[in-house]
Write a protein that binds this ligand. Structure first.
Ligand SMILES: *Cc1c(COP(=O)(O)O)cnc(C)c1O
Length: 804
């Protein structure tokens, strides 16, 4: 039922509650009220999907598809109501019934269909695409369980299933009639077609899986343009061989979409992971091709109508699969097919860490996908030939090969099969062309470009920080809400004492909101008058949560040893999930929680510091955490963090970056000025130059502060379990501290001292925060998306006034 006023909403709400559940408002549960409200919003959004698609069909417009194994969407009710401009109408309508909209908002669980930054980027991009009236849809897996839910028990991480679908997914619509068949295992049957003189390739004896799409509308802000996130779910196919065990078949199918693969680096589950990767790209391509052929006589103009962005290498097999479709299903010749297919894909790289680059044993892919494998082989053969003819350099041929040493290198397949390759921050893209992909850059420099990441200011500022939004609107007018470049106007007012006062008050209100959240959900009490110093991100050695907690240990030891020691009261907040098999990361989580406990129980130390580990870090936590923070910890080893997007969320909400010159911190510091953030530590080139001579033991021996902090890992200060933290100790001292934690320790201590000094001048501090907000326009994902459109996708914005 359609609504756009308070009265029409109230009527629709009452009637839908009755027709869906057979209940009145008084009889319905909160869950039923939430689901009813969401169904009304979904209906509204889907009618815009219809308008958008009808228009695009008429225009025969080019579309972009964002292929990503992860979309970390978070909750959608607030976002959708706000973007549709219906928030007030609904809030007031519900209030008339005595229902608090916030209560219903809290019923929704996060759609946590991803690990971290990469998946959240995909979600921010969808929001910006729709808002900018651009035809861009998402393609992914409908995981039955999101990334695990993290509990902290006895100071350790415990993983339990994230049952995000317990109440169903209120936003999706199942489309069984648009299912696509996906084949695994079996053999390739090659026959000669004597009429055409060509070889025919057929994938036979395969296990067939039915991919069923579930579509979620992606609502833009103040536009009717509404895109779709298509999520694929694996189901049993009718073509099930009668001689096979149906239960076995079902079990193997159920595993494909069971859960988000929680780790990018362990051996376990690799097989299922490949299945997931092929499953969602084969289904996605199948449906895109089918849609194309409804409107076009053949696939000759496919690259003019379709562009596919590969988010990292997880969808890399798309290149081979689209070739398979062209060759086997539509009888294209290789050269003609390749000339089209190689103009469809663009690839985004997200890591410079060798060990995180996807490689699969040939055996796995050949067994699972025999036909696709032969195509990868042929792409590899031809590419090797091209490189050799171009260079006569056999080493270069080996280094750039797609298949090498019995492994398929997914990044190489992605580069060879794409017309564009980008990194996600200026420094990262530079490292790609100078180091990681240097050989490819020399062979095909025109492919490489940078697209610095961004975040949607709607979710991360306008909707999650209404107090700051109001203050900004009072100061610079409402234009920044629609055109975020206007936030720059704030710079003129940063010296205004009244504004500074008002900002500090807003920050205090956001701290209170976080305190309430922590108390209600985790029974954690935090002093809102302390400095909130936050590091929230996945736990990885290179992100160096260890450096942060070692510094806290150092402070603890100072406080204990020097009765005159003083510092501004600081709350060190952490949020981080560790991959279940990542032993060191889990130990660091334990260390943080043990230090928190020790400090809490110490009457002196707890006057100065408090350590809080917020369990189950996710988008909803981030929405409370970023805007309540004063200090944003972005302390990865320089050269290791591709971009970071957490850093942007903090900045936009007026937190000061305490960080290394890594990822997008570089661009943050360039925009805000080095004197307006706290940059410390070794730079990327210094780290590389030190790598061969670095000795962490020297730092340990020469700096008494380091020695004392590191020794406390072994002497039982923080755990009564013998050798509980010896892995951490060994990593730093015996395995020579791969991420230069000890090398940056002294500079990190200094940086904190400097931050404390800055914080003590309240007016100057507020000025800094305001300047950071004013300079954050560049980090809007609206800007990132427009960069992609201009340089890579070449899609056209829809004229909103024509959507009827
Ligand atoms: C933004 C975000 C991230 C990415 O954080 P980084 O600091 O860039 O690593 C990860 N997880 C969640 C839930 C986020 O919102």
């Amino acid at each position: 039922m359609f609504f756009d006023t308070k009265e029409s909403f109230k009527q629709a709400f009452v009637e839908t509650l009755r027709s869906n559940y057979g209940k009145s408002i008084e009889q319905a549960t909160d869950v039923e009220k939430f689901l009813t409200l969401a169904s009304l919003v979904k209906a509204h959004a889907n009618s815009n999907v219809y308008k958008t698609n009808t228009y695009l069909e008429k225009q025969a417009a080019k579309k972009m598809y964002y292929f990503s194994l992860e979309f970390l969407l978070g909750r959608l009710l607030t976002n959708n109501l706000m973007n549709l401009g219906l928030y007030k109408v609904v809030q007031e309508g519900l209030a008339d019934f005595g229902i608090d909209l916030n209560t219903l908002e809290d019923i929704e669980s996060d759609a946590g269909l991803g690990n971290g930054g990469l998946g959240r980027l995909a979600a921010c991009f969808l929001d910006s695409l729709a808002t900018l009236h651009l035809p861009g849809n998402g393609n992914t897996i409908r995981y039955q369980y999101g990334l695990f839910k993290q509990l902290i028990t006895n100071n350790e991480q415990v993983e339990v299933p994230d049952q995000w679908l317990r109440y169903g997914n209120a936003w999706e619509t199942r489309h069984p009639d648009e299912a696509v068949k996906v084949k695994f295992y079996g053999d390739v049957r090659i026959t000669m077609n004597y009429e055409t003189g060509r070889l025919n390739f057929e994938h036979v004896n395969a296990q067939e899986v039915l991919a069923v799409p579930y579509d979620m509308p992606v609502v833009g802000a103040d536009t009717k343009c509404t895109n779709v996130l298509r999520m694929w779910s694996a189901e049993a196919s009718d073509n099930f061989p009668a001689d096979q065990d149906f239960i076995k078949y079902l079990n193997s199918i159920n595993k494909i979409c069971l859960n988000v693969y929680p780790d990018d680096s362990t051996v376990e589950g690799k097989y299922i992971r490949i299945k997931q990767e092929y499953f969602f790209i084969a289904a996605g391509l199948g449906s895109i091709v089918r849609e194309h052929l409804k409107q076009n006589p053949n696939l000759d103009n496919f690259a003019e109508k379709v562009c596919i962005q590969l988010n990292d290498t997880h969808p890399a097999m798309s290149v081979a699969e689209l070739m398979r479709i062209f060759l086997d299903e539509y009888n294209y010749e290789w050269d003609k097919a390749w000339s089209i297919v190689s103009k469809v894909f663009a690839y985004t790289n997200h890591t410079v860490m060798q060990e995180a680059l996807e490689k699969w044993p040939v055996e796995y892919i050949r067994t699972l996908l025999p036909r696709v494998y032969t195509i990868i082989e042929e792409i590899n053969r031809r590419f090797r030939e091209t490189v050799y003819n171009q260079s006569h350099d056999r080493d270069l041929v080996e280094r750039t090969a797609i298949i090498q040493d019995n492994q398929v290198k997914m990044a190489h397949l992605s580069i060879v099969g794409s017309f564009s390759v980008n990194g996600v921050a200026k420094l990262h893209s530079k490292i790609l062309v100078e180091d990681l992909f240097r050989d490819f850059f020399n062979l095909m420099p025109e492919k490489f470009n940078n697209k610095t990441n961004g975040i949607t200011q709607r979710r991360w500022l306008l909707y999650s920080n209404p107090e700051l939004t109001n203050l900004l609107e009072k100061t610079i007018g409402p234009e920044f809400k629609h055109d975020f470049t206007q936030i720059e106007k704030l710079e003129q007012y940063i010296d205004d004492k009244k504004l500074q006062e008002a900002f500090l008050k807003v920050k205090y209100q956001r701290k209170l909101a976080l305190c309430r959240f922590l108390k209600d959900n985790y029974q954690i009490e935090v002093d809102p008058n302390s400095i909130f110093d936050t590091q929230a991100k996945r736990l990885h050695a290179y992100k160096r949560q260890l450096l942060n907690i070692l510094h806290v240990i150092y402070l603890y030891q100072r406080i204990k040893q020097y009765p005159t020691f003083t510092m501004p009261k600081t709350t060190f907040l952490f949020g981080a999930k560790a991959a279940p098999a990542y032993v060191l990361a889990k130990k660091i989580i334990k260390l943080i929680n043990c230090v928190a406990e020790k400090v809490d129980n110490d009457p002196v130390a707890s006057k100065f510091i408090k350590v809080v580990f917020i369990p189950n870090y996710r988008v909803t936590v981030a929405e409370y955490l970023m805007n309540a923070s004063d200090v944003s910890e972005q302390i990865s080893t320089a050269g290791k963090e591709a971009s970071g997007t957490g850093n942007m969320k903090f900045m936009m909400n007026g937190a000061i970056t305490l960080g290394t010159l890594d990822g997008a911190n570089v661009e943050i510091s360039e925009r805000v000025g080095l004197e307006n953030c706290e940059i410390f530590g070794l730079k990327a080139n210094e780290i590389e130059n030190m790598r061969s001579t670095y000795s962490s033991v020297d730092y340990y021996k020469q700096d008494a502060r380091i020695k004392q902090a590191v020794d406390s890992l072994l002497d039982g200060t923080f755990s009564s379990v013998q050798d509980d933290f010896i892995d951490i100790y060994n990593d730093l001292i015996i395995r020579n501290d791969e991420y230069f934690v000890l090398a940056d320790f002294a500079a990190y201590v200094k940086a904190h001292e400097h931050i404390n000094a800055l914080y003590s001048d309240r007016s100057a501090w507020a000025r800094l925060c305001l300047l950071n907000i004013a300079k954050s326009a560049y980090f809007s994902s609206d800007r990132t998306i427009l960069d992609y459109v201009r340089d890579v996708w070449h899609i056209k914005a829809i004229d909103n006034s024509k959507l009827k």
